[in-house]
Design a protein around this ligand. Structure first.
Ligand SMILES: NC(=O)c1ccc[n+]([C@@H]2O[C@H](COP(=O)([O-])OP(=O)(O)OC[C@H]3O[C@@H](n4cnc5c(N)ncnc54)[C@H](OP(=O)(O)O)[C@@H]3O)[C@@H](O)[C@H]2O)c1
Length: 283
């Protein structure tokens, strides 16, 4: 369990009360972002909101939604919340939480007391390079826990609020969810599982909750840089040369945010079910 997440269940920017639990009131959660001048905006929750794709999605949706932001690092969340409130006038609630900490995630979502949720975007995730003979069981469990199990858990907790607003759930998957490759068994397994989760959810909730999966190719984010640093180190260890990371070889996170926007802006009588997006110059 993350002690920080437990000590600071949630903080809304502009009202930076450190909450040990005693002075917490439900009004601090959902009602705080749906009252007064903010009440007409739909509500969107983005996980992994402080970096890469999630950050771009949060910035884009904050233009016309009130926001709930999740990631582990409180400082990053607070800085982002302040920027979004300034840029777009959105009301923002931040939830510092390790999404693999089931008990804290459950406690936090219940404390928000979400009446409705219009958009849920699952962006948090971790890369997992490595050949099968080099991956320990603990590593399999750690990655699947974040990239798959925590997504299913959070979705299940938020389904009542999503149903009340006939909301949309967006899963940020990957080309790796559709195609496997050597050296990526774990990540591909997690993303193939995520595809199955989204497809099953779409059928179970048809008519109540709309479900979109987005399959991005390479995106210029800290995750992609870390991944390519691992590959470069491997190549150098084998005596080969490794090309330097070039942001220009990738899509921008904003391109993926545009794909999310397409799904969000599709009218209620239709749903973008699956959308693959890749760098236009990629073979
Ligand atoms: N980059 C690509 O090329 C690419 C391509 C296809 C698909 N994707 C997918 O897109 C998603 C986002 O990737 P990205 O490249 O934007 O990653 P990123 O830049 O590394 O951002 C990851 C985000 O997730 C949060 N996070 C990580 N572990 C967490 C945990 N245990 N609990 C809560 N939050 C956590 C991080 O914040 P904290 O560290 O503060 O928690 C951060 O906000 C992932 O699912 C990835 O698989 C990426």
């Amino acid at each position: 369990m993350s002690p920080q997440a437990d000590a600071v269940p949630m903080t809304r920017s502009g009202r930076r009360r450190r909450d040990g639990g005693a002075d917490f009131t439900p009004a601090f959660g959902f009602s705080a972002i749906t009252s007064g001048r903010h009440q007409r905006r739909p509500v969107a929750l983005v996980t992994g909101a402080t970096s890469g794709i999630g950050l771009a999605v949060a910035r884009d949706l904050a233009r016309d939604h009130n926001m709930i932001l999740m990631a582990r690092t409180l400082k990053d969340l607070e800085e982002l919340a302040a920027a979004l409130e300034e840029e777009s006038g959105a009301a923002v609630l931040v939830c510092p939480v390790d999404l693999t900490d089931d008990a804290t995630v459950a406690r936090m979502t219940s404390r928000i007391q979400l009446d409705r949720l219009d958009v849920l975007v699952h962006c948090a995730g971790v890369e997992a390079p490595g050949r099968i003979d080099a991956l320990a069981p603990a590593r399999w469990r750690e990655v699947l826990d974040l990239d798959l199990v925590s997504v299913a858990h959070l979705t299940s907790l938020l389904l009542p609020a999503l149903r009340r607003s006939k909301g949309l759930t967006v899963f940020i998957n990957s080309g790796a969810g559709l195609r496997t490759s050597a050296g990526h068994a774990l990540y591909c397994a997690a993303k193939a599982g995520l595809k199955a989760l989204a497809d099953a959810l779409r059928e179970e909730e048809r008519g109540q909750v709309r479900v979109t999966t987005i399959y991005p190719g390479r995106v210029d984010t800290p995750m992609q840089e870390r991944l390519q640093a691992v590959h470069a180190a491997q190549r150098r260890a084998e005596g080969a040369t490794a090309p330097a990371y070039r942001a220009a070889d990738h899509m921008t996170p904003q391109s993926v945010a545009s794909a999310v926007r397409l799904a969000v802006s599709t009218t209620m009588d239709a749903v973008v079910e699956d959308l693959a997006i890749r760098p236009s110059a990629m073979l």
